[in-house]
Design a protein around this ligand. Structure first.
Ligand SMILES: *Cc1c(COP(=O)(O)O)cnc(C)c1O
Length: 358
């Protein structure tokens, strides 16, 4: 019998493409500009961006200069497209971006001054980030107004802002930020405008503007931090059963005797732990999918192992695979059980986990 594969992350690129199309349909045809920062939320920026490019994506966002450099190399000369660096110029000199064929997101007046073209040189495109209430990055309304007069040495191709509460459709900040963004947009009529992340793309027509900028819903997270029928699972994390044991009533399982059996239980010890990105905060609410149902975790998640209650699974055997999240156990549910959000589950998947694309 061949040895079972270790903990494995399977990325379904067809599901990724389906989510891209679902978001495009939801956004009524405006451009979808994928956010592939943090290695496409841990799923592999090169593989993800190549597939999305094949689906028609031509504008990408990353957070860091290094991510942009890697993405430009990963796309290669055969796949042209714009890559915007959300960090702007705070940590990267303009020549570094130009050398890699990247465009900055200009987040404050210092960024703007650094990006101005010398006299006689055609200005290179940039995105301008205006703050509409999140107070994280972006020009204030006053700074934007001061900039809005004729600027021959700047090419503001895109105007962006970011929603603080898009995962809560009823939150009053969505309407307030929309109103502020619509005002600022009048200052830069030539720029194409984009406000919406995944949640924003599903908030309805007014939030769409000229393009939407999703991350998590491309990767299988619902736009409102819960499973959504329009979004398919892209990532499946699974791991093998390494041992099955019967534990008598009164015995405990794992570190700190975190689970004490009140009756006899059958326990599967599974080869995945917090070094692979399964959060310790899964104790006590966490579950996995196995043999057609959700099965509770028992006790603490260890670095390399966790324990699952398989008392109701008479046929469980070494090498069987349990699903931590995927098509049977939605990413958003797995995140909620660990007290976090889908984004964090994805980006925490450790380097030891084998990656498979299909
Ligand atoms: C991360 C990010 C996004 C994508 O957000 P999702 O909620 O993953 O869709 C969009 N815009 C900005 C500025 C971001 O930082």
């Amino acid at each position: 019998m061949p040895a079972p594969s270790p903990a494995r992350l399977t990325v379904d690129l067809d599901a990724l493409a389906a989510n891209y199309r679902a978001i495009a349909a939801e956004a009524a045809g405006v451009e979808v500009t994928p956010v592939v920062k943090a290695d496409a939320y841990g799923l592999g920026a090169t593989a993800v961006a190549r597939r999305l490019h094949a689906e028609g994506a031509r504008t990408f966002f990353v957070a860091r200069l290094s991510e942009g450099e890697a993405l430009r190399a990963g796309l290669g000369p055969a796949r042209p497209g714009a890559i915007y660096v959300l960090d702007g110029l705070a940590l990267a000199a303009p020549h570094r971006l130009r050398a890699a064929g990247l465009s900055p997101v200009l987040n404050d007046p210092a960024d703007v001054e650094q990006w101005r073209a010398p006299a006689g040189v055609r200005p290179a495109p940039a995105a301008l980030h205006v703050d509409t209430g999140m107070n994280r990055l972006g020009l204030t309304a006053d700074q934007a107004r001061a900039l809005a007069t004729h600027q021959p040495d700047l090419h503001v191709a895109l105007l962006i802002s970011h929603l603080a509460c898009a995962s809560e459709p009823e939150h009053p900040m969505n309407a307030q930020q929309l109103e502020r963004f619509a005002e600022m947009r009048k200052l830069f009529p030539q720029a194409r405008a984009g406000l919406a992340n995944s949640g924003g793309a599903f908030l309805g027509g007014e939030h769409r503007f000229d393009f939407v900028r999703p991350g998590i819903s491309l990767y299988g997270g619902g736009p409102f931090e819960r499973p959504d029928v329009r979004i398919r699972a892209v990532a499946t994390l699974d791991a093998p059963v390494l041992q099955v044991r019967d534990v008598a009533a009164g015995e405990s399982v794992g570190y700190a005797a975190g689970f004490v059996a009140s009756r006899a239980v059958r326990v599967a010890t599974v080869g995945i732990g917090y070094a692979d990105g399964v959060l310790r905060a899964n104790s006590p609410a966490g579950a996995v999918w196995f043999a057609g149902a959700r099965r509770p975790l028992l006790g603490r998640v260890s670095m390399d192992l966790l324990a699952v209650d398989v008392s109701d699974c008479p046929t469980v055997a070494v090498g069987d695979r349990v699903e931590l999240f995927g098509p049977n156990l939605p990413l958003d549910d797995a995140a909620a059980a660990a007290g976090t959000i889908a984004y964090e589950l994805l980006v925490r998947i450790g380097p030891r986990v084998e990656r498979v694309y299909r």
